[in-house]
Design a protein around this ligand. Structure first.
Ligand code: UD1
Length: 371
């Protein structure tokens, strides 16, 4: 089987790494890694390939940043040409980014077998571009690899045949399990984006006495008013416990465009740093008292690590992290009181969902052999 594995944006890289490693040297499956170039710079792409030991992509479509439609269209145009030339038997996509939906559309129309890892997740919030990507991808995929039973139920409800759905567990947790030891040894010393001094673990913040945050959802950061309101709340929290924020480029750009940097600088314990590599980020999270986020994948990583996670979103496509894990959905207005609860030792504790055990790539491989 000639298999194309697609990766485009940061959250895809920790999902494809364990698959690439499992497929290395395989005599029955020839894998070609295609990077769409949706994320392209060292901080959002290159360092993940290095740290996770992912081989260089066979082909890079180099689409870069653009509007939703233009980026999707560019990926489709360039990916179609590659499919026509290379003639893969199957295309596997992961996650819910624009690259996921665009490549599935192309492959399905060319009659190539399509497989979606992380299928069936639904936030029911169509204002998220990722939800549209999930719906489109699953509507036209041939096979579905899921991370939890609720995803299977969603797919079945949407009319997908049971025999094409495989609950395999969580590839992101494969990466976490494989790299936790290495991550623990990384140095936690960062260059600040809003001050001159270095920020050093053990000086400005110490084990279990700081929070980590990440925000980049368009709903939270693309409007000046909502971003300014968030900054006020982050500031308030930082007066109680230091907050370390590896800032996503989308958020950073908006802070500058809206002229909000001074507002941030007014809070001495709000530490803005450049986006981190995988290992440092995991190390930072594992020693945190809590994580404040609007991310998708971090809800899963904190569940595995049993770190209280406050997700500032109205819905989540990963409800298992709430039912079983340490995640909680909250509103902006409740951030301060929820952090307070955690600091009183009343943070949410959870358990690890089924098959989030580091062996998901192995399970996927065993299924690929049957095809
Ligand atoms: C994308 C995904 C989102 C995922 C996120 C993780 C979609 C619809 N969204 O959102 O699901 O959670 O990635 O980061 O696919 N930029 C850089 N360097 C890069 C890439 C981007 O500086 O390597 C900047 C660009 O200025 C760009 C902005 O970041 O305009 C946003 O990037 P984009 O790919 O549009 O979407 P994300 O917000 O990252």
């Amino acid at each position: 089987m000639k298999l194309f594995l697609i990766a485009g944006a940061r959250p895809n890289f920790m999902k494809i790494a364990p698959l690439m490693h499992a497929l290395e040297g395989n005599k029955n499956i020839e894998v070609l890694l295609i990077h769409t170039g949706q994320h392209y710079d060292l901080s959002m792409s290159g360092q993940f390939f290095e740290e996770l030991n992912i081989p260089s992509p066979h082909i890079n479509l180099e689409v870069g940043s653009a509007s939703q439609a233009i980026q999707t269209a560019r990926i489709m145009e360039r990916f179609e040409a590659v499919c026509l030339q290379e003639k893969p038997d199957a295309v596997m996509v992961v996650g819910d980014v624009n690259s996921t939906a665009a490549c599935t559309l192309v492959a399905a129309k060319l009659g190539i077998t399509t497989m979606h890892y992380e299928a069936g997740l639904r936030s029911r919030d169509r204002s998220m571009p990722e939800e549209i990507n999930r719906l489109v991808t699953d509507a036209i995929s041939d096979y579905f690899f899921t991370t939890s039973r609720d995803a299977d139920d969603n797919l079945i409800q949407e009319g997908q045949p049971k025999e094409k759905i495989f609950m395999v567990g969580n590839l992101m947790i494969d990466s976490l399990v494989a790299n936790l030891g290495k991550a623990t040894k990384t140095e936690l010393c960062f260059t600040s984006l809003n001050r001159t001094q270095q920020i050093v673990f053990g000086l400005q913040f110490i084990k279990k006495q700081y929070g980590v945050m990440t925000f980049h959802r368009p709903n939270n950061v693309d409007e000046k008013e909502s971003l300014a309101r968030l900054i006020d709340v982050w500031g308030k929290v930082s007066q109680v416990i230091p907050l370390v924020f590896p800032v996503h480029p989308r958020t950073y750009k908006n802070i500058q465009t809206f002229g909000l940097q001074d507002k941030i600088n007014a809070f001495p314990h709000l530490y803005f740093i450049a986006p981190l590599g995988y290992l440092q980020f995991i190390n930072l999270v594992q020693h945190a008292a809590f994580v404040l986020t609007d991310s998708g994948g971090i809800q899963e990583e904190t569940t595995y690590l049993n770190i209280p996670c406050l997700t500032v979103r109205p819905t989540t496509e990963r409800p298992i992290t709430i039912w079983e894990g340490s995640n909680k959905l909250i509103k902006v207005n409740d951030i301060v009181s929820e952090v307070d609860l955690i600091l009183q030792g009343k943070g949410k504790k959870g358990s690890i969902p089924k098959y989030w055990d580091g062996k998901t790539a192995e399970r996927i491989l065993n299924i690929l052999y049957i095809f």
